[in-house]
Design a protein around this ligand. Structure first.
Ligand SMILES: Cc1cc2nc3c(=O)[nH]c(=O)nc-3n(C[C@H](O)[C@H](O)[C@H](O)COP(=O)(O)OP(=O)(O)OC[C@H]3O[C@@H](n4cnc5c(N)ncnc54)[C@H](O)[C@@H]3O)c2cc1C
Length: 394
């Protein structure tokens, strides 16, 4: 990789932006194409847990100033993971050792993205949806966009998430499995009045509450260390169950307005502890949206070339265990390390890509396996249809 070589990244999410940061602040020519029309458009979630691996990857990708900005706009540190019955009886509580103020333990997805955009300027092009690519005779990659126009670079990195257009073309055989669990995802703004509704045991960390019917809910507060403009502290509230347990078909779930989803969640916990019911009753109805729980199916290594994949685009991670963003960040750090080594003339570009894929592929899919094992423990026989998942999505 020479000084004049250019890296194209499809997708300005967690992994794509971390990679762009790592390359840009060390002088590599990089451009990110993101389909969202603006940086504030987000629908994939609210709170993201960042673990020790995610911290190390962020340290390696970001300048010290950008890392500090991410940390300063992150959620106040927490070190607990709790599990309770739907009547709020403790099942177990775990405290993680070694959580210091220097570490990031949770971020708000929007604030995180804003911080990851710092200093990238016009290297990130919003409102650009990559539809496909072609490798030219000289071995470069030409990409095209739904909005029109083309661009060319020496390497294309598909960091375009679960529905990756780059994966569809590079690995048409790769499947993403529907786990048969649906998530209704929302939040409750924390005010003096709503803080008073929070059961003491849910005031910190991430807490999982479940009944015996395969219905579970995750609660986790985000209290910003330093509140970004327009942001308020909140409690993330998620409800996970099969469509049968929720009493709605997929068709209904994915067409209902947010307010109706909030009602569905509140109804599903209708016989839970009154304090838990209150949290759904006081959640912000307009913040709710539905998600299908999915997981990438393991793919064999392919012949490395000038197009590669990163994060959910290759190993679509289910949310159990909160490892998807952390794994995407690790991919970004590994790929950046290899590309920077190529930029220093230590190896050819394609050798760097191959070295990255040798680490990323087994690591990504082993992490999916661990996340699915956790799902099986959480949902048992009732909910999770892991082995015989209902459908394999294209
Ligand atoms: C409810 C929920 C909770 C989660 N909680 C956690 C957690 O606590 N911790 C954790 O580590 N992980 C968590 N995850 C997983 C995590 O969000 C993902 O694994 C992570 O965001 C993957 O990062 P990525 O960069 O690969 O993809 P994304 O962050 O999804 O970014 C992909 C980007 O590509 C863009 N894009 C898509 N197609 C195109 C295109 N054709 N052209 C241009 N741009 C395109 C998208 O708009 C998006 O910005 C959670 C996921 C969910 C659904």
């Amino acid at each position: 990789m020479s000084d004049t070589e250019r890296v194209l990244i499809a997708g300005g999410g967690v992994g794509g932006l971390a990679l762009a940061q790592a390359l840009r602040h060390r002088g590599v020519d990089v451009v990110v194409y993101e389909q969202d029309p603006t940086p504030a458009t987000r629908s994939q979630g609210y709170r993201i847990h960042i673990d020790a691996n995610g911290n190390a990857a962020l340290r390696s990708c970001l300048s010290a100033e950008t890392f500090d900005l991410v940390r300063d706009t992150s959620g106040a540190n927490d070190d607990t993971l709790g599990s309770y019955t739907h009547q709020l009886r403790e099942v177990m509580t775990q405290h993680f050792p070694g959580v210091t103020d220097e570490l990031i333990t949770c971020v708000d997805r929007n604030a995180f993205r804003r911080a990851l955009l710092t200093g990238l300027g016009d290297a990130v092009r919003f409102g650009r949806t990559l539809t496909g690519y072609r490798v030219t005779e000289s071995g470069r990659v030409q990409v095209e966009f739904a909005e029109g126009g083309v661009d060319e670079g020496d390497l294309l990195v598909g960091a375009d998430g679960i529905g990756s257009a780059v994966r569809r073309q590079l690995l048409p055989q790769a499947g993403v499995k529907d786990l048969g669990i649906r998530c209704v995802y929302g939040r409750m703004t924390l005010t003096e009045a709503t803080e008073a509704l929070l059961p003491e045991v849910l005031e910190h960390g991430f807490n999982w509450v479940a009944d015996e019917t395969g219905c579970g809910a995750g609660f986790a507060p985000v209290r910003f260390r330093s509140r970004p403009d327009g942001a308020a502290d909140y409690l993330m509230v998620t409800l996970l169950a099969t469509p049968e347990r929720l009493g709605v078909s997929d068709e209904q779930l994915f067409t209902h307005p947010p307010q109706r989803l909030c009602e569905i969640a509140a109804k599903a916990v209708g016989d839970w502890h009154p304090q838990l019911m209150e949290l759904f009753a006081h959640a912000d109805p307009e913040t709710f949206f539905p998600i299908k729980m999915r997981a990438g199916e393991r793919v064999e290594a392919w012949q490395s070339g000038p197009v590669t994949l990163l994060g959910d685009a290759i190993h679509t991670m289910p949310p159990f265990g909160g490892v998807g963003a952390n794994t995407a960040l690790q991919d970004a750090a590994t790929l950046a390390g290899e590309l920077l080594s190529a930029a220093r003339g230590e190896k050819p570009l394609l050798e760097a890509v191959a070295a990255y894929e040798r680490i990323m592929l087994p690591h990504g899919f082993d992490t999916i396996d661990s996340s699915l094992q956790l799902a099986a423990q959480m949902f048992g026989e009732t909910g999770y249809r892991g082995g015989q998942a209902a459908a394999t999505l294209p």
